[in-house]
Write a protein that binds this ligand. Structure first.
Ligand code: SF4
Length: 272
């Protein structure tokens, strides 16, 4: 894809969402590290369900270590593979306490040496916590990069390398979030919501989902369109039956007033 088109794509994503943020709940670098580590092969929603309960009890490496592997399991049950993740989490906390004074290290090698932390997690932490222009490639970003033609590659590392090369500097800090959110809400794996996509004319993917199939797409943006159309139809029906009820009531009132009028006339006649 030519550089001008790539720049145009990022510009549109930026205009639509100038300050993109992670959807994982966190308030400290350590909380984010735990959340990202737990998010492997599961949704942000289930991670947030777990951490909403865990973090008020234990949100430092020392406190999670004190809970122990068995103690932490009930909290992280909502995320998949929680047995393995509990094991990794405890070991991760131990190393953070022993080797990094309880702090999240600002160093790729140190991050990647932690249990349960791979290149993707390290990139997310370096990007969000420390402001590095790293672009973590998850399943959404891998798909969007390949489909659109921004950064084709056979595996996440290849895509990351191309993204680093082709993404203009000014967009690098937020590129991860823009591409991820686009993949999560619009360009989903099955039946992407192409008719509602803001970069449709710039995207090289073919065949795009046709307008007539938008309602079949599970993309959140498509579901919103369908919901809005249903709400509008409901409102129209409610309006029409309201008007019908209104005209029925008006007819009834007119009939009552006519009856009252003729009763008055009859009474007057009798009085004469
Ligand atoms: S046009 Fe379709 S395939 Fe291309 S980015 Fe948009 S949703 Fe994805």
């Amino acid at each position: 894809m030519n550089p001008a088109r790539i720049r145009a794509i990022y510009r549109r994503l930026q205009e639509a969402n100038p300050e993109p943020k992670t959807e994982l709940g966190y308030s400290t670098p350590f909380e984010l590290l735990v959340a990202v580590m737990l998010s492997a092969h599961t949704t942000d929603k289930s991670v947030n369900t777990a951490t909403r309960v865990l973090f008020p009890i234990a949100n430092t490496a020392q406190k999670i270590l004190a809970l122990g592997e068995e103690g932490v399991k009930p909290y992280i049950k909502p995320v998949g593979m929680y047995n393995q993740k509990a094991k990794n989490l405890i070991e991760l906390c131990r190393r953070i306490v022993d080797l990094h004074g309880g702090e999240v290290p600002n160093d790729r090698e140190a991050l990647e040496s932690l249990p349960g932390v791979g290149r993707k997690t390290a990139n997310v932490i370096l990007n969000i916590v420390f402001g590095h222009t790293t672009i973590a490639v998850d399943t959404h970003i891998f798909r969007v990069s390949n489909r659109t033609g921004i950064a084709p590659g056979k595996d996440p590392l290849a895509v990351e390398q191309v993204l680093n090369k082709v993404t203009p500097e000014e967009f690098k800090l937020n590129a991860h979030h823009w591409l991820l959110l686009h993949g999560r809400y619009v360009c989903i794996a099955r039946l992407p919501a192409c008719p509602k996509c803001i970069i449709r004319d710039l995207c090289e993917y073919e065949p795009k989902t046709p307008d007539k199939d938008l309602a079949k797409s599970d993309a959140p943006v498509a579901r919103n369109v369908v919901r809005e159309a249903k709400d509008a139809a409901k409102a129209k029906t409610a309006g029409a039956s309201g008007a019908k009820r209104g005209s029925k009531a008006a007819g009834k009132a007119a009939r009552q007033s006519a009856r009252a009028k003729s009763a008055k006339t009859a009474a007057r006649k009798r009085a004469r």
